[in-house]
Structure formats: structure tokens, C-alpha cells
Design a protein around this ligand. Structure first.
Ligand code: SAH
Ligand code: AVI
Length: 331
């Protein structure tokens, strides 16, 4: 469904999602809630409220990734544009596109027409940010794709410019398992043509206390974000999760170098999801794993990218080496 189409103003928002859930989506929720330990896919964080809560997380004093990546992009954007020249930008999980603006401003200052394709499963935030960007940038046409990465990537129209860059900021890759990131990089490689670029932001390994504070913030915003997933599932699948019966906690798993976000049942009880015809029983203190957030080693990531024919052109980091931005090119 095309929500906004206006040739003159150069903005299109396309909803790729079906109104009902795909078999895969039903399967992943069913499997997650019936496995031990229970788990849920992190994309269910992001309804309109979830996206708003994520924006709040980005501004929390404990949540260093956003401000660190912003500082890196502030320094690197001009150089990135110098390296790549004008190109079509495709952004995975664009959210509010706030940090992306640093890059968009640098491309727009070239004064040539170009295209930005934000992709996000959260329609409201994508639509609002696209409308704002459209007012801000004169040379830009926008094609917003509302849907999952998988849905959007295989429906991507051919690039309208000789060069394309896919960007994936915020260390959202950290929310993918190793196998999922392998699949994603294979898709990225298949979509790009030789000479195209892939820009990746990754959160680096650091002491556990810094990480655990970032994901257990003192104002309880991350807890609200985590619990909101259950309200979202209730709406999607006509369920009766009682969010007051769950408690948020994030721990750093040193061995796997990943944050694990859990919701712990506060007492034994049952939950029903009518649309899945599924009854789920919880024991007291039983966890649901709602998210992993992997923390990376820069060299290992460059090797992993290279194994997908994505060769590092340049990388940028901050003085604490908390976060890195890697520009790669398909060879
Ligand atoms: N890139 C932004 C936002 C990161 S939050 C930043 O760096 O701050 C992660 C974003 O990815 C959210 O906006 C969420 O809605 C989107 N997202 C999560 N899972 C997704 C999926 N499976 N497909 C498409 N978008 C997804
Ligand atoms: C979107 N993603 C990279 C965030 C992260 O840090 O893993 C999601 C998040 N979860 C809790 N706080 C932020």
C-alpha cells in the first residue's frame, strides 16, 4: 500500500507489511514462547510507543552508544562523502534518522539530486521522519519502506544513481545472532554491485559495568521499553500478557560478549494469545529473552565483512574505543 505519493515533492512511503502476519512471523513467536528458555523476536519492541521509548533511551546518560556514534559521524561524514561521491543511500532500521542527518547534510551539500531509502518496521516514526527530511533537504527524493529488512531488501528498486550505499547504524547488527548477521551480509552482498558501499556502526567490547548500566538505566526507560513488547504482542495476537507480572533485567554475558535483556515472570501464571490459539504457562522467576545486544571486536568484524566480499575502506572510532563506524566496499 502506498501511503504518500507525491511526484512533485519527491516523497513516497510504501507499506510492505501484510495486514495479517506471515507464517514465519507466527512461527517465530510460537517457537519462541514454547522453547526453553522462552524468547521473543526484538522487532516487537517497535510499535509507535516502542520507537518513542527508544528515542528516550538514546538520550539517557547511561546509554553511551548514540552520543558516541553521533560524535563519530560528526567527524566522519564529510570524508565519507568525499570517498563515495554522490550515491543512493539505503538505511536499514532508520528509526528517527536523527544521526543519519549528519550524513544526509553532507550528501545534500553536493547540490545534486539523490535518493534516500529508509527502511523500518515501525511505520509512524519512519513516516514522521521522512516528512521532516523532505522539508529540510532540497535535492533529496525519499522512498520510505515500512516493513522488515527481509521484506524491504528483496523489493528494493534498482538504484537510481550509479552508486549505492547501504547503511546500518546504531549497532542494530548487535541484535542479530551470528547466523542472522551472516544471512544479512549475504543479502547486502547480493544487492550491491561491485564498487558499492556498506557503512556499519558497531558497539565495541568494554567493561561489564558500563554495559549493564546502559541497559538497566536508573530512570527505568529501558524497563518500560522491554515491557512494552508484551503490550505490542497483546495487540498483534489478541493476547493477555499482564505487564505488571514481569520485571526487566539486562545482564552482560561475558562468554558470549553480549547483553541479554530478559523479562522475568514475578509469579507462576498463564498467558493466552488468541490469534495463535496458544496458551503459555510461566513459572515464578521464569525469564523470556527479548533481546541480545552483541558487543564486537573491530578486527574480527572487519574479517567477517571481508569474508562477505565487503572490504574495509576506512574506519572511525572514538577516543575510548567504545564504538566504531566501518566503511566497506564490495569487491
Ligand atoms: N538506526 C537508528 C535506530 C536504531 S533502533 C539509530 O541508530 O538510532 C532499531 C530500529 O530498527 C528501530 O527503528 C526498529 O523499528 C527497526 N527494526 C527493528 N527490527 C527490524 C526489522 N526486523 N526490520 C526492519 N526494521 C527493524
Ligand atoms: C537498537 N539496538 C541497537 C539497541 C541496543 O543497544 O541493542 C536496542 C536497545 N535495547 C535496550 N536499549 C537499547
Amino acid at each position: 500500500m502506498m501511503l504518500i505519493t507525491n511526484q512533485e515533492t519527491k516523497i513516497n512511503i510504501k507499506y510492505l507489511e501484510n495486514l495479517s502476519f506471515t507464517k514465519d512471523e507466527v512461527k517465530e513467536v510460537m517457537e519462541g514462547l514454547t522453547s526453553i528458555p522462552k524468547s521473543l523476536p526484538p522487532k516487537y519492541f517497535y510499535d509507535a510507543l516502542g520507537s518513542e521509548l527508544f528515542e528516550k533511551i538514546c538520550n539517557l546518560p547511561e546509554y553511551y552508544p548514540t552520543r558516541t556514534e553521533t560524535a563519530i559521524l560528526t567527524n566522519a561524514s564529510k570524508e565519507i562523502v568525499e570517498i563515495t561521491g554522490i550515491c543512493e543511500l539505503v538505511e536499514l532500521g532508520s528509526g528517527s534518522s536523527t544521526k543519519t542527518r549528519l550524513l544526509l547534510s553532507a550528501y545534500d551539500s553536493l547540490g545534486k539530486p539523490w535518493q534516500y531509502i529508509p527502511i523500518d518496521v515501525s511505520g509512524e516514526i519512519l513516516k514522521n521522519s521522512a516528512l521532516q527530511l523532505h522539508q529540510q533537504y532540497n535535492n533529496l527524493s525519499i522512498l520510505g519502506l515500512v516493513g522488515t529488512y527481509e521484506q524491504a531488501l528483496w523489493q528494493l528498486p534498482p538504484s537510481c544513481l550509479p552508486q549505492r550505499m547501504i547503511i546500518f547504524l546504531g549497532s542494530t547488527l548487535g541484535n542479530f545472532t551470528y547466523e542472522q548477521s551472516d544471512d544479512l551480509f549475504n543479502e547486502v552482498r547480493d544487492i550491491l554491485t561491485v564498487g558499492d558501499y556498506f557503512l556499519l556502526g558497531i558497539d565495541l567490547q568494554k567493561p561489564a559495568d558500563i554495559l549493564e548500566n546502559a541497559y538497566n538505566d536508573s530512570q527505568g526507560v529501558t524497563a518500560a521499553f522491554n515491557l512494552n513488547m508484551l503490550s505490542h504482542l497483546n495487540r498483534c495476537f489478541d493476547g493477555n500478557f499482564d505487564i505488571n507480572l514481569f520485571k526487566h533485567q539486562a545482564i552482560y554475558n561475558q562468554e558470549k560478549t553480549q547483553i541479554e535483556m530478559y523479562l522475568y515472570a514475578q509469579k507462576s501464571h498463564n498467558v493466552r494469545l488468541n490469534k495463535l490459539d496458544l496458551d503459555v504457562s510461566f513459572q515464578e522467576n521464569e525469564p523470556i529473552l527479548t533481546e541480545i545486544s552483541r558487543k564486537f571486536n573491530l578486527t574480527q568484524m572487519q574479517d567477517f565483512l571481508a569474508s562477505h566480499k565487503l572490504k574495509s575502506v576506512k574506519y572511525w572510532t572514538d577516543e575510548n574505543k567504545y564504538f566504531a563506524l566501518i566503511l566497506t566496499q564490495l569487491i
